[in-house]
Design a protein around this ligand. Structure first.
Ligand code: TXA
Ligand code: MG
Length: 329
């Protein structure tokens, strides 16, 4: 694996040797870890079934769980899916950004069946990440990219997280530091009559509803018949056991804090990890996965998490925390 360290000041990507090397790796069907504004993605050419198989294999991901196709803009997105008026409104308001749209797939889209797990729908996203968009544009390929972590584990928000989980499978890793949003994109399905929130994420529900002029129906979490197949209940799991909405701390527990008024027994905590001292939900989202890793003291460890408000990005934070705390094998 080769590492490309990308500084925010590197604005000229196209034309550099490393950029063309990465393009070549992608068009050759190799796996590349690419930062987006939400989390790192494990990317491959979405039109290449074999390359997509490599993603599932590297992640240990159940093959029924489809991948998001990343594209460089609305025009490219429209070659893969049908956009109704609602889809156009959302794309114009929020792309590039942390929003994924699930739409009816065009039969003419070259995205492989494996990337969409055989569905007649496709999840599309135009990320804010310059490097991801430039790579889509220069390769002329949509890039399939799930979060760069082993299936069921916490999403990678730093290059080191990605190396720990997937290093051996990568041909390149593009390291641009910690991802600014820190939780995955919000997923909205426009397949049915009512727009449906399949996964709360880095774009707050309230902002989407304001543009649509109607509320989002909540969908997605149903283990026996998943609407969004990736929405299995136990997910984002650290090794330690997690206790939510903690208003006290037992000796030996690690405590994930929100704000500075700490619960009873906080002085007994084995470790204190702050999501946001100033109760800023964007900061808390950006720190969430790193905080879970830092508080994870292993299989016999316990993590108590202070309550996080449920509005704005709090919805995505509480969703990830609930999944991290869900019973598992
Ligand atoms: O922020 C993000 O969205 C990151 C970055 C890398 O873009 N990607 C990401 O991908 O979180 P992943 O694969 O970890 O999660 C994508 C979710 C999965 O739960 C999958 O089931 C759902 O999107 N999904 C993909 N295609 C779908 C479809 N056609 N219909 C419903 N759900 C779909
Ligand atoms: Mg994921």
């Amino acid at each position: 694996m080769k590492v490309w360290r990308l500084n925010p000041s590197d604005t000229q990507l196209e034309g550099t040797q490393i950029f063309s090397d990465v393009c070549e790796a992608l068009t050759d069907g190799k796996l590349v870890a690419i930062p987006t504004e939400t989390v790192y993605g494990l990317a491959a050419d979405a039109t290449n079934g074999k390359a997509c198989a490599g993603i599932y294999k590297a992640k240990g991901r159940p093959s029924f769980n489809p991948l998001i196709a990343h594209v460089d803009g609305l025009e490219a997105a429209q070659t893969h899916a049908f956009f109704d008026e609602r889809a156009l409104k959302l794309a114009e308001a929020f792309w590039p950004g942390p929003l994924t749209l699930v739409l009816p797939k065009r039969l003419t889209s070259p995205v492989s069946d494996l990337a969409v797990a055989g569905l007649e729908t496709i999840a599309l996203r135009v990320p804010r990440s310059e490097v991801m968009r430039a790579l889509c544009k220069s390769t002329g390929r949509p890039l399939a990219a799930p979060s760069a972590n082993l299936s069921g584990r916490i999403s990678g928000t730093t290059a080191q997280d990605v190396i720990d989980d997937l290093g051996e499978h990568l041909s390149y890793l593009i390291d641009s530091g910690a991802t600014p949003v820190g939780v995955e994109s919000t997923i909205v399905s426009l397949i049915g009559e009512r727009p449906t929130l399949l996964r709360p994420g880095g774009l707050a529900r309230e902002e989407i509803e304001a543009v649509l002029g109607e509320p989002l129906v909540r969908g997605g979490t149903n283990d026996s018949a998943p609407i969004s197949p990736g929405m299995l209940t136990s997910h984002y799991a650290p090794n330690a056991h997690i206790r939510l909405n903690a208003t006290d701390v037992a000796a030996g527990e690690a405590l994930i804090t929100f704000g500075t008024s700490l619960p009873e027994g906080a002085d007994r905590a084995a470790r204190l990890v702050s999501l946001s001292d100033s109760e800023d939900l964007s900061e808390a989202a950006a720190r969430l996965f790193t905080a879970l890793r830092e508080a994870d003291l292993g299989k016999n460890g316990k993590i108590a998490v202070m309550p996080v408000p449920h509005y704005g990005l709090g919805e995505a934070i509480n969703d990830r925390l609930a999944r991290a705390a869900a019973p598992r094998d």
